[in-house]
Design a protein around this ligand. Structure first.
Ligand SMILES: Cc1cc2nc3c(=O)[nH]c(=O)nc-3n(C[C@H](O)[C@H](O)[C@H](O)COP(=O)(O)OP(=O)(O)OC[C@H]3O[C@@H](n4cnc5c(N)ncnc54)[C@H](O)[C@@H]3O)c2cc1C
Ligand SMILES: NC(=O)c1ccc[n+]([C@@H]2O[C@H](COP(=O)([O-])OP(=O)(O)OC[C@H]3O[C@@H](n4cnc5c(N)ncnc54)[C@H](O)[C@@H]3O)[C@@H](O)[C@H]2O)c1
Length: 477
């Protein structure tokens, strides 16, 4: 660590938001210190995206092997070695870790300080008894699993996204509480790996943020994989038989036996111990740090990004918003955050990808919902994976305002829809772009062509087409 006494930017938290903010600021020549309390890489690398997608990859291989006879390939019994699955999960994390390491950050001229940060004054942070002074600071301390307040729940060692990755033996009976992205991904993956899984969702449907039909398709897919999906139930008590196992009582009088209970009911921001009061950084009713459209907090010297804010909790939003905050902080710019073109993907099978408006947001007369069934996507037919759809929400001129894709590679197709949304493109732009055949993106191409045809068949465009045809005929006479 260099001994110059004041940093241009002190970043608290070494997850995606903190790493990106530090690198952005350092690339502008700023003097940057990054403080991390635990492991550099944060949630995405150690407890979130990377381990969960590695687990899902193994689960999908098991499911593909089991269903291969349908395509004429018979394999023997599918045997899952859960300890080896978890070795694969650990290997994936270790392979990515060097990118986020202290050595790599120091090569980018970032001073890394390991320890827990606490604000001690308007321009100072204390770490392990040591004072770091800053011109500006950025809070990127992330979030942790929220725990529901259910009588008896403290008597069992819950599985959460933080503890699950330490498992080396698969539970036999897993109860998953919460049917959001996390609950659905884990429930399906574990069912595919051979665990008996029950998913309890408080509301009427799983994945409630998604299009109704997407929720129904994922619910059907989970059930097909053997998950016992219980929607519209409230858990009222936990009775433990030992520190790990017990029963979960539901409000209809039934009780679910589990040997592990996985809790996936949302996240709460990590702000404890930062002493935000002392620096005048405001939080909302959920404890999220309040930021303006430029990612600045109520203290103009302090910025925040990532899961600790109330903005959508994804790795890509953490990275993009942190980059924006650091750019605004160091260069004095006033670039606003993008709140419209925020894509999200739930990595169940099939995947659900969504961005912008959804069918429930479409206003009659102003918007149209155009849908293409994957039964008509040749790639899906060749792979026998036709149970999905591509849907766009467009305005009268065909401008793309949002979309939902359900299918095996929905997340890949979503990139093109996000690009269209961000750049205010119409379906004509997609329709007039040649797409390689046969790909899942054919669904998007087809839905765009269908929309252009619809517009050609009505209103001004129809009149213009008719006039052109008449003129052409007259010339040919
Ligand atoms: C199981 C799971 C799967 C997920 N899958 C996806 C996915 O597929 N795609 C996607 O986009 N998103 C996914 N997410 C969400 C994604 O992981 C988060 O949105 C993202 O990692 C948030 O990054 P962050 O930098 O804001 O916070 P974090 O990565 O949590 O980083 C915060 C860091 O701050 C440190 N810290 C906290 N307090 C202090 C302090 N006082 N002093 C010093 N350091 C401190 C913490 O140790 C931590 O390392 C998933 C999340 C989970 C739980
Ligand atoms: N693919 C991805 O991008 C991905 C995957 C996993 C997690 N994540 C992120 O991780 C975070 C956590 O995910 P999550 O699924 O826990 O949060 P979430 O808020 O998306 O979903 C929680 C679900 O639990 C339900 N719920 C709440 N209390 C309940 C209770 N007592 N009993 C039963 N159900 C209850 C809610 O209705 C909701 O559907 C999110 O911010 C998410 O963005 C993202």
């Amino acid at each position: 660590m260099r001994e110059l006494d004041k940093f241009d930017l002190v970043v608290i938290g070494g997850g995606t938001a903190g790493l990106i903010a530090s690198r952005t600021a350092a690339s502008f020549g700023a003097r940057v210190a990054l403080i991390e309390d635990n492991l550099l890489g944060g949630d995405c690398l150690w407890t979130g995206c990377v381990p969960s997608k590695s687990l899902i990859a193994a689960a999908n291989v098991a499911a593909t092997a089991r269903s291969s006879a349908r395509l004429g390939v018979r394999v023997g019994d599918v045997v899952v070695n859960f300890a080896q699955v978890m070795t694969h999960v650990q290997d994936a994390m270790q392979e990515i870790a060097p990118v986020d390491s202290a050595e790599s950050l120091e090569r980018d001229n970032i001073d890394v300080v390991i320890g827990r940060a606490r604000f001690t004054g308007p321009d100072s942070v204390n770490v392990n008894g040591r004072e770091l002074r800053f011109h500006q600071a950025l809070i990127a301390t992330g979030a942790a699993p929220a725990l529901p307040d259910i009588p008896g729940i403290d008597a069992v060692d819950l599985l959460t996204s933080e503890t699950f990755w330490d498992l080396r033996t698969a539970p036999e009976q897993l109860v998953v509480l919460g049917g959001g992205a996390l609950g659905c991904e884990i429930a399906q993956a574990m069912a595919r790996l051979g665990t008996a899984v029950t998913l309890v969702q408080r509301g009427p449907r799983i994945l409630p943020k998604e299009d109704d039909r997407a929720s129904s398709l994922i619910q059907a897919a989970l059930i097909a994989d053997g998950v016992d999906v219980r929607t519209n139930f409230t858990a009222i008590a936990v009775t433990s038989t030992n520190r790990l196992a017990g029963t979960l009582s539901l409000d209809d009088g039934t009780a679910l036996t589990f040997d592990r209970l996985f809790v996936a009911v949302g996240r709460r921001p990590n702000t404890a111990g930062l002493d935000l009061h002392s620096v005048g950084v405001r939080r909302d009713g959920h404890g999220n740090i309040v930021v303006n459209s430029r990612m600045r907090t109520s203290n103009p010297r302090i910025w925040a990004a990532g899961d600790v804010t109330g903005l959508p909790r994804f790795t890509h939003t953490a990275g993009v918003n942190a980059n924006l905050a650091a750019t605004n902080a160091i260069l004095g710019l006033t670039r606003p955050v993008d709140k419209e073109a925020i894509p999200r993907v739930t990595f169940t099978y099939p995947e659900v990808g969504a961005v912008g408006l959804q069918s429930r947001d479409a206003e009659a007369g102003a918007h149209r919902i155009v849908t293409w069934e994957h039964e008509q996507v040749d790639r899906a037919v060749t792979e026998a994976k036709t149970g999905g759809y591509t849907q766009l929400i467009v305005n009268k001129r065909g401008r793309i305002l949002g979309g939902t894709v359900v299918g095996p590679r929905a997340g890949e197709t979503l990139g093109e829809i996000s690009l269209a949304l961000k750049n205010r493109l119409t379906t004509s732009s997609i329709a007039s772009t040649t797409h390689a055949y046969p790909t899942y993106n054919d669904g998007l191409w087809s839905v765009a062509v269908a929309d252009v045809r619809h517009r050609l068949g009505s209103g001004l465009v129809l009149t213009a087409t008719r006039i052109l045809r008449r003129l052409r005929k007259a010339r040919l006479r």
